[in-house]
Unconditional design. Structure first.
Lengths: 116, 116
DNA sequence: GCAAATATAAAGATTATCTGAGTATGGGGA
DNA sequence: TCCCCATACTCAGATAATCTTTATATTTGC
């Protein structure tokens, strides 16, 4: 079984599903995707990109300079998409297992969690 | 926002939802709950129980000796149940966000993930 | 009689993330 | 014009949860 992914890693891969993005763009996309509940730290992001590139889950798409600032774009690889899909399945299964258990606790009472 | 929970922590809390269990019982329950895809390591478990007790998410239920072996039972606190419910909501939301994005990738093709 | 299962403990290594600081450019408001 | 903020990336050190390994002790099953 693939080892559990940490949240920043999960969000970075998710941000790259639809298009290649550069580091700072990933940060903004994750903020938007997560409804501002997750704010990637720069240190975390760039370290994670290096690691993910080494693992083959992302790769450099292109580098360009916009307004005098250099950007490095990353894209998701097929392995990255597969890893994200696997992780997503795992998250769903875990959440479903816990939700089912929680429903049996104090039956008839309002639950402390909601479905979005 | 509550900080993301790691997988072993999530499973320990989930295992305690329905009843108080002792350490070794938690290990076996998590193996069963996760369809044998997660096997808690003893070192991880007992360290996590100490930490979770210090955080007030679990508490000692009772201690008893069965067949000459001492067992320490833990139960989930209300805070623990709330934390697990919050985490479950987060997992569901994250998984749904990623799943929606993955569906838009290479439309028409079979997806690399399944719903359980 | 010996291995495997039961039950807990604890030290050291690993690793992703967090924290915080640093470098640099460009745009917008005062 | 000046300064702050947003943009864009880098890096060193601290933190925290987990993993790995080892240890101890009892009981059950073969």
């Amino acid at each position: 079984m693939a080892k559990a992914m940490r949240e920043p890693t999960f969000w970075i891969l998710t941000a790259l599903v639809d298009q290649a993005r550069h580091g700072y763009g990933i940060i903004r996309e994750v903020t938007a995707l997560s409804d501002a509940s997750v704010t990637l730290q720069a240190g975390t992001l760039y370290a994670a990109l290096d690691r993910l590139a080494a693992e083959g889950l992302v790769e450099i798409d292109r580098e360009e300079t916009v307004d005098g600032r250099p950007r490095r774009y990353y894209r998701l690889t097929d392995d990255g998409a597969t890893a994200l899909a696997t992780e997503t399945t795992r998250l769903t299964r875990n959440a479903d297992t816990a939700a089912a258990r929680l429903r049996t606790r104090r039956p008839g009472l309002a639950l402390g969690f909601t479905t979005p």
